[in-house]
Design a protein around this ligand. Structure first.
Ligand code: S3P
Length: 448
């Protein structure tokens, strides 16, 4: 839901060693998709482990507004009675996607090839974010978008009555745009083709196959060529949502920088399109053991044993790794502050159009905590201060961005003086149990 209540400041103080098991909630990307694909299948999709964060709850409400029956049975246990591809009904009211770029962009995709119109809005963060990146390809199917200047929400999308399939080369590495085009292609006759130069998270492709769509991926000189055959009947599925590696990043990184820590983080995805942070941390010298590799909910996972790592070194993060760790740069820049030497993050300009301008939010907050930062449009460089070296003693602005809020609370767990975030309320969008989980490990958080 758009609109936030009063800001909720929160302060993190230097923590005792973290101990125990950090079982993080379900993956946000897969949770959105389970609801959306469930709504487009015919019959009942059963979901376990659904993330009950606000972003996902907003997608559940949207699917109801388009005519699907979405029922919560128990914590994480939901069913969706889908209406089939092309079976959506026109919503009677504005669709409010709250803080969620994934929600609004995927939902625009799945209604763009059905003859109806829908009006979308979101909170102050989402209303600033560019929607042209999805409405441009959706217009090739025949949809029309009427938004504010610069392609911003609120926006009305008029779906194509006679959609045509498209062939689209992604101009930005974005799984949201890729997924919006694939979802639109579901209700277009013939083959829709999406070409991505750099691989991005592949949950849509994996799940579409699971739901019975005809889809194949070829690797060619132009990158991944994904071909989807339109107008399938999607079969309902049982979806067991694996844990979210982007949420796991917070306890993992906290344990790396809080002296004496030793924790277990079970079931962290090792999907190559999501595990860039973990590769980077290992290269920096993080002590992480990847135990018990297996498959859960269709994703390769491992249990991570994470110990305090006082000798991490700054590295140059390979720019081509960015799509596989795009949401993890804020927390990586915190870890980099506690390493020695420079950590150089290039090719990261997409961070400027996330829930906030994440390069700016991290740079300003870390500088206030005493860290030296260099930045340009596409680059963030952190000059590490070594283990225990960050002074802290500052308030960071979170700009309605959950990952900025969690990153600075983790920073405050290891810095010399406390770190306050001006507003911790956005954390509910992706990680509603963050405070309880972290304090259960030993974090010292206080409301102020
Ligand atoms: C997501 C894709 C990423 C990521 C977002 C979730 C998804 O965005 O930042 O949190 O579920 O497809 P982009 O694909 O726009 O980079």
């Amino acid at each position: 839901m758009s609109g936030h209540g009063e800001p909720q400041p929160m302060t993190a103080r230097k923590s005792a060693p973290l101990k125990g098991t950090a079982a993080v909630p379900g993956d946000k990307s897969i949770s959105h998709r389970a609801l959306i694909f469930g709504a487009m299948a015919v019959g009942e999709t059963k979901i376990t482990g659904l993330l009950e964060g606000q972003d996902v709850l907003d997608t559940a409400s949207a699917m109801r507004a388009f005519g699907a029956e979405v029922i919560r049975h128990d914590a994480g246990s939901w069913s969706v009675h889908g209406v089939g591809v092309g079976g959506f009904r026109e919503p009677a009211d504005v669709i409010d996607c709250g803080n969620s770029g994934t929600g609004v962009r995927l939902i625009m995709g799945c209604m763009a090839t059905t003859a109806m119109s829908a009006t979308f809005t979101g909170d102050a963060s989402l209303r600033k974010r560019p929607m042209g990146r999805v409405t441009d390809p959706l217009s090739l199917f025949g949809a029309r978008a009427y938004g504010r200047q610069g392609g911003r929400l609120p926006m009305t999308l008029v779906g194509a009555a006679n959609p045509v399939p498209v062939r689209y080369a992604l101009p930005v590495a974005s799984a949201q745009v890729k997924s919006a085009v694939l979802l639109a292609g579901l209700n277009a006759p013939g083959d829709t083709v999406v070409i991505e130069r750099e691989p991005t998270r592949d949950h849509s492709e994996r799940m579409l196959l699971g739901f019975g769509a005809q889809l194949h991926v070829e690797k060619g000189p132009e990158g991944h060529v994904i071909t989807l055959t339109g107008q399938p009947e999607l079969r309902p599925q049982s979806v067991a949502v694996p844990r979210d590696p982007s949420s796991a990043a917070f306890p993992v990184c906290a344990a790396l920088i809080v002296e004496g820590s030793d924790i277990l983080v079970p079931g962290v995805s090792q999907n190559l399109t999501r595990n860039g942070l973990y590769l980077t941390l290992v290269e920096m010298g993080a002590e992480i053991e990847f135990q018990n590799p297996r498959t859960e909910g269709g994703e390769p996972v491992a249990d991570l044993r994470v110990r305090f790592s006082g000798n991490m070194k700054g590295i140059e993060v390979p720019p081509e790794r960015a799509p596989s760790m795009i949401d993890e740069y804020p927390i990586l820049s915190v870890v980099a502050s506690f390493a020695t030497g420079k950590t150089v993050m290039r090719g990261v300009k997409e961070l400027r159009v996330k829930e906030s301008d994440r390069i700016d939010a991290m740079a300003r907050g870390l500088e206030a905590c005493g860290v030296t930062i260099e930045e340009d449009e596409d680059t963030l460089i952190v000059h590490g201060m070594g283990a225990g070296g960050m002074p802290g003693g500052a308030t960071a602005k979170t700009h309605l961005d959950h990952r900025i809020a969690m990153s600075f609370l983790v920073a405050g767990m290891a810095s010399q003086q406390p770190v306050t975030v001006d507003d911790a309320s956005p954390i509910v969008t992706s990680f509603p149990i963050f405070e309880g989980l972290m304090t259960g490990l030993g974090a010292r958080f206080g409301q102020e």
